[in-house]
Design a protein around this ligand. Structure first.
Ligand code: SDX
Length: 430
């Protein structure tokens, strides 16, 4: 690969360095473009723009490869625990037994939220979307546990905030569900693992015994791991954008949650499950779904399909599809939605429209079926995505703040509005 690129502009040849990463991806470094030519680049949706160097996650869209700090997603899904994966993403290496034990202890100790915050849940309408609740409370968490803001020892304050956020988002999510169904909150249980604790807070109650199913714990652990990071996606780039102004980790994560909420991004898992339910309840045929998805005049998209980077099968979708079949074979999943999903996938993978556009199932296509099988309500699917993605957001926020080259993000534009014009008095306006 050449180590420079030449731009011929206005009769001059301008040479720009080409940087190449450890996986042989290359980028033209245009840091001096505006200074040397007066030009800026235009790249809607940043489809061709690299915003940073990063050591956290590698995605190979053409070959369906995803690695966190060099470890394949398939290996992590099969062997790791979610807290272990969170530590790997944030601190760069798999934790030692001692580090993992101490991290787990911090997660246990920081699972409770301040009792004053319970009023927030009670004052929200029961129909409030849990992503709106999560984003609001995450920002508030920093006000109730202000060590990030007050602590002189910034490294210690960061480490505390990591555990505080990763632990408390479970409690916030479970409490928002209990509030929405009018049931009493179930408090965190110090004896339970990260995932078992969440399921217990969600589904146990004084009225009926609830035994945490180990298969559900395993499934949740895998789901959170495959969602944990995905390099410079929309919500992670949002966290970096907000954090680049020196806004707090709480404020940056709050912004990331809001970006993830959109149906083109993390909200796609809710939309994908709703599509499957719509097919099941309306009797709409798979053929009709496919026709609507291809109809340019129909805003309907087959959520859970397509990806900005993956132009092959999303490796996370492969892991989750395997988990769906494991559930099914163990009799824990006899959900007709699985059959509909398989029919839709089969039809899409054979359809020229999808083949030509390289539209394959992405992480959101099968996750909804698994969460549905666990009893997670449809409007909480994106909250589950956020719980999984939180370590990735934190890792990128930290990497940016540790990078001496990082600066406040401030893209440029090309102005296409009115040129200069004189003021018009109110009386003279038509
Ligand atoms: C996530 O970036 C990440 O890494 C994200 C993520 C992560 O881990 O953070 O992986 C998580 O967000 C996964 C994607 C979830 N979104 C969806 O499933 C929503 C449905 N998918 C589409 O909206 C779309 O595929 C995107 C948004 C995911 C990607 O959009 P792009 O890259 O901007 O591509 P595009 O919209 O320009 O689509 C290219 C063509 C278009 O048709 P033409 O104009 O070329 O004729 O493909 C069509 C699109 O209309 N198309 C679809 C489609 N996805 C793309 N047509 C029907 N159904 C779809 N799902």
């Amino acid at each position: 690969m050449s180590d420079s690129a030449t731009l011929h502009y206005q009769g001059k040849d301008l040479v720009f360095p080409v940087i190449t990463g450890t996986e042989n991806e290359s980028a033209m470094d245009i840091s001096l473009l505006r200074k040397s030519t007066g030009l800026v680049t235009m790249d809607y949706g940043y489809q061709n723009t690299g915003s940073t160097r990063s050591k956290i996650t590698f995605v190979d869209g053409a070959n369906g490869i995803l690695r966190y700090r060099g470890y394949n997603i398939e290996d992590l899904a099969a062997n790791a625990m979610f807290p272990e994966t969170a530590w790997l993403l944030i601190y760069g290496e798999l934790p030692s037994a001692d580090q993992l034990q101490k991290f787990r202890q911090m997660l246990t100790e920081n699972a409770l939220i301040h009792e004053n915050l319970l009023n927030f849940f009670r004052e929200m309408p029961p129909s409030a979307h849990p992503m709106g609740i999560l984003s609001s409370i995450v920002n508030a968490l920093g006000l109730f546990t202000p060590r990030f803001y007050d602590d002189e020892n910034k490294a210690e304050a960061f480490n505390f905030t990591v555990a505080n956020l990763i632990s408390k988002v479970r409690t916030v999510a479970a409490f928002s569900y209990k509030a929405s169904i009018g049931e009493p909150f179930v408090y965190p249980d110090a004896e339970k693992s990260y995932c078992a604790n969440f399921l217990n807070m969600m589904f146990s109650s004084k009225a009926k015994p609830y035994n945490v199913d180990p298969l559900m714990v395993q499934a949740l652990n895998t789901l959170l791991i495959v969602h944990a990071d995905h390099e410079q996606n929309c919500s992670t780039s949002t966290v970096r954008m907000v954090g680049s102004s020196q806004a707090s980790l709480y404020a940056s994560v709050c912004a990331g949650i809001c970006a993830l909420w959109g149906p083109l991004h993390g909200g796609a898992n809710q939309a994908a499950l709703e599509t499957l339910m719509q097919v099941q309840q309306s009797g709409m045929s798979v053929k009709t779904v496919m026709e609507r998805a291809k109809d340019k005049n129909d805003p309907f998209k087959l959520s859970g399909f397509g990806h900005r980077v993956y132009k092959s099968y999303d490796p996370r979708a492969k892991v989750l599809k395997g988990l769906v079949h494991t559930f099914f074979n163990k009799g824990s999943l006899n959900d007709p939605l699985m059959e509909i999903a398989s029919e839709l996938e089969e039809a899409a993978l054979k359809d020229d429209y999808f083949i030509e556009r390289k539209l394959y199932p992405n992480v959101d296509f099968y996750s909804g079926i698994l969460y549905h099988a666990m009893g997670i309500p449809t409007n909480m699917l994106t909250v589950m995505f956020a719980i999984g993605r939180l370590p990735g957001w934190i890792a990128h926020w930290k990497e940016m703040h540790d990078d001496p080259e990082s600066k406040i993000n401030r893209p440029r534009q090309i102005y296409t509005g009115h040129t200069e014009r004189p003021w018009i008095k109110l009386a003279d306006r038509v």
